[in-house]
Design a protein around this ligand. Structure first.
Ligand code: FMN
Length: 198
């Protein structure tokens, strides 16, 4: 009896936070029917506006457990290969999943979703909120890996290649901060696939 209660309790905790999809649900996603694969070089948009003004969702994790947060710090460039970079504070729940998994996705949305990006994905935490359930977004399993949402107009799949915690002594000029303060971690991801809504 105690074991049954314990499993029920654990199941409640798991379902309260980050989203999980069964293998069957994840497989049923129709990536190729909704999106065409393009090269990042062929995305004719202003990267500073896309990230800084319109914002993006960073999604980390695997179909069994994933979470998304809004981000407006980051960008695209070249480091031997086409790359994206993001800056994520260790306090974010997404950070834990980013640390664990090899891939993450960056997804971009039309203006009509701005309030969801601000009030839900950019304010609440996946620790205690199922953001997929609250947003009504449709999870989609990406190739070669990673999760995103079928409401996105553009999805960039990245494979982590470098990560480092930013330090205020490395700022130019260095910045005084309270002892023990934590700073954003910088991640570079190789862009492994790019998907544009058909
Ligand atoms: C417009 C906007 C931009 C944001 N940009 C970033 C960012 O670049 N890096 C970051 O660590 N947090 C950023 N945040 C904060 C996170 O989105 C927020 O803390 C979120 O609730 C974290 O969710 P999580 O705990 O589920 O990961 C931003 C929030 C908003 C509203």
């Amino acid at each position: 009896m105690m074991n049954v209660l314990k499993s029920l309790f654990l199941a409640t905790i798991v379902s309260a936070g980050a989203t999980s999809l069964s293998a069957e649900e994840a497989k049923s996603s129709q990536l190729e029917s909704l999106y065409k694969q393009v090269r990042i070089q062929d995305v004719q948009e202003n990267a500073v506006k896309m990230v800084g003004d319109d914002w993006m969702l960073i999604t980390a994790g695997a179909p069994e457990k994933f979470n998304s947060m809004t981000a407006s710090w980051g960008g695209f460039g070249v480091w031997n290969k086409p790359v994206a970079f993001i800056l994520v504070h260790p306090k974010r729940y997404t950070y834990q999943l980013l640390e664990k998994e090899e891939y993450f996705t960056l997804s971009f949305y039309d203006e009509k979703y701005r309030s969801l990006l601000k009030e839900l994905f950019g304010t609440k935490s996946g620790r205690d909120t199922d953001k997929v359930k609250e947003s009504g977004f449709t999870p989609i399993k990406m190739k070669p890996a990673g999760m995103a949402y079928a409401e996105a107009r553009l999805i960039v799949v990245c494979k982590k290649i470098y990560a480092d915690k930013t330090q205020n002594e490395n700022r130019i000029p260095p910045k005084e901060t309270p002892e023990g303060a934590e700073f954003h971690k910088l991640y570079f991801g190789e862009i492994v696939s790019v998907w544009m809504k058909k």
